[in-house]
Write a protein that binds this ligand. Structure first.
Ligand SMILES: [Zn+2]
Length: 305
């Protein structure tokens, strides 16, 4: 989907609704009252009606648009803006592009979409060889912290983020030269340096105990060997940065650069949402124009609350 095909396909509210319905039909509608999946479509009401209990489900109900008063057209334009570029937009910029007066509904919509992206990626686990490291992202200190530490308004702190990347070692048959090819990534905000939290985060990110995990020698990683096939740890130096942990380091620096260039400031409680968007697009970097439809599907299947 580029701006010209978007403009040609989504000319009005109805075309957006019809596309949304088509995608939703493919995902299936579940009756909130009786869990039945068989429905009629009530053409004039833009609603589904359960064949078992007659309960009605509007087109928005059960999707992230459920409690939103914004039109499908506005949602679609936003999904387009979020999926069209690698870089991303701030909610403020999206508000400007949409020409809307109020900021709050735009902000809520964009955050819901970022949440949906995270929920979609949480369905998948990483497997095989995995690079893992922590990155320190600059965020705004919370108002609480600013008060207690007397650090003043707008002061900056660092937030710890765990980044994981599937990274397969490939050897060139002719030259014997090895390189690492990356596939999927995950990024999760950590609230402490304790090993427990690292363990929980890693365990929920990986597929099974066949995993080989590469890290540096941080003390947060002491338990990893207990639940993976192999834990390889190397002293942190230039070589590990360039080779063993190459892709996590590339992802960390790209994410930081992206955030600095796109967002005015990042509050601690929203950092995960920005990471969701960054990782969602990174994981779909070969999807091309299909990413638009995928994001529509993510907004249908995500939990809106
Ligand atoms: Zn029902």
């Amino acid at each position: 989907m580029n701006i010209f095909s978007f403009g040609a396909e989504f000319t009005d509210e109805k075309s957006c609704r019809l596309h949304f319905k088509e995608q939703r039909d493919k995902q299936g509608v579940i009756c909130k009252r009786c869990q039945s999946t068989d429905h009629y479509w009530l053409i004039n009401k833009w609603s589904y009606q359960c064949k078992s209990c007659n309960s009605r489900t509007s087109l928005r109900s059960g999707t992230i648009m459920e409690s939103s008063k914004l039109s499908f057209m506005i949602w679609y334009k936003t999904i387009f803006l979020l999926s069209a570029t690698k870089k991303g937009f701030s909610s403020k910029e999206i508000q400007r592009q949409l020409g809307l007066k109020r900021y709050e509904p735009v902000w809520a919509m964009v955050h819901k979409l970022r949440k949906a992206m995270g929920q979609r990626d949480d369905r998948y686990t990483l497997e095989g060889m995995i690079e893992m490291d922590e990155g320190y992202f600059t965020i705004e200190a919370s108002e609480q912290a600013q008060k207690t530490q007397k650090s003043g308004r707008g002061s900056k702190i660092k937030s710890n983020v765990m980044i994981m990347a599937e990274s397969t070692v490939l050897e060139d048959i002719d030259t014997g030269k090895q390189e690492r090819q990356c596939r999927y990534f995950k990024a999760k905000v950590l609230t402490s340096h304790k090993a427990d939290q690292t363990d929980d985060t890693l365990q929920s990110a990986i597929d099974n105990d066949q995993t080989i995990v590469f890290t540096d020698q941080s003390t947060s990683y002491v338990n990893i060997a207990d639940y993976v096939e192999v834990h390889m740890s190397e002293k942190s130096n230039e070589q590990t940065t360039k080779e063993t942990l190459k892709w996590v380091h590339i992802a960390i620096s790209n994410a930081k650069r992206n955030f600095v260039g796109t967002y005015h400031k990042i509050k601690a409680k929203y950092l995960q949402l920005y990471l969701n968007e960054f990782v969602y697009k990174l994981n779909r970097r070969y999807f091309g124009e299909k990413i638009f439809d995928r994001l529509v599907i993510a907004s249908i299947t995500a939990n809106g609350h």
